[in-house]
Write a protein that binds this ligand. Structure first.
Ligand SMILES: N[C@@H](CCC(=O)N[C@@H](CS)C(=O)NCC(=O)O)C(=O)O
Length: 235
């Protein structure tokens, strides 16, 4: 009697939906092997717009990480936060450090948004907009071509070391068929090689399995369209 009970607490909560940007963070957490809680944010139901979630991310998007009381939003900010905190997957100095940051930014400001817009105009625009579809598809292709040329020269994006830049790439490139159809990444063999290599890592299998622990809405109906594309809904 009187002894204190030590309860193992998970001090990290990942606000998550199994879509490309949160998947980057899930992979890094699994690679780091740190325990974390998953808090599902059902973006198909509009939970990203709730006042409580907006307090965590004023931009109303996943992922968000709450790490020992510190809140970080935006996937690449979270990748850098975790990599710095744990001293892994972000080389500390020199060319490898600079290259990791460069490729991270390339993916944050280029590959991710152009891929997102390509998906939108290929699959979800309320009416066909050939100009926009062509523009974003071509830009997604161009970004994959730049990555492919880089990966023809080095094993990983930043050189010889697996870094958060590769982890960021995996988040989007594993779903490339959504943009390129059945051909997937076949036009980009070096990107394909890296994405398959990452996909075969146990951490990637664990990250990919997270979705099965959640019961999330699958139907893409009017509620989903209102949640994801509120600009299309007249008020
Ligand atoms: N720049 C942000 C983008 C986040 C983002 O677009 N997240 C998507 C899922 S991949 C989302 O929350 N979509 C819901 C919405 O747009 O309402 C990041 O990298 O974290």
């Amino acid at each position: 009697m009187g002894g204190s009970t030590i309860v193992a607490m998970k001090n990290i909560t990942l606000h998550f939906h199994p879509s490309p940007n949160p998947m980057k963070v899930a992979l890094l957490l699994e690679e780091l092997g740190v325990p974390f809680e998953l808090a599902a944010v059902d973006i198909f139901k509009g939970e990203q717009h709730s006042p409580a979630f907006r307090k965590l991310n004023p931009n109303g998007k996943v992922p968000v990480l709450v790490d020992d009381g510190v809140t970080v939003f935006d996937s690449h900010a979270i990748l850098i936060h975790l990599a710095e905190k744990h001293g892994r997957f972000l080389p500390r100095t020199g060319q490898a450090h600079a290259s990791t940051l460069s490729w991270l930014q390339f993916i944050a400001t280029g590959l991710s948004p152009f891929s997102g817009q390509a998906v939108h105009f290929i699959h979800y625009a309320p009416e066909p907009v050939p100009y926009a579809k062509n523009r974003y598809l071509r830009e997604a292709q161009r970004h994959y071509a730049v990555l492919d040329e880089r990966l023809a020269l080095s094993k990983y994006l930043a050189g010889n070391e697996y870094t958060i830049a590769d982890i960021a790439l995996w988040g989007w490139a594993r779903g490339a068929a959504y943009i390129f159809g059945e051909a997937g990444l076949s036009a980009y063999p070096n990107v394909k090689r890296l994405v398959e290599e990452i996909g075969s890592r146990p951490a990637a299998a664990r990250a990919a399995a997270l979705a099965s622990r959640l019961s999330l809405k699958q139907e893409f109906d009017d509620e989903t369209r209102r949640a994801l594309f509120p600009q299309n809904v007249s008020v």
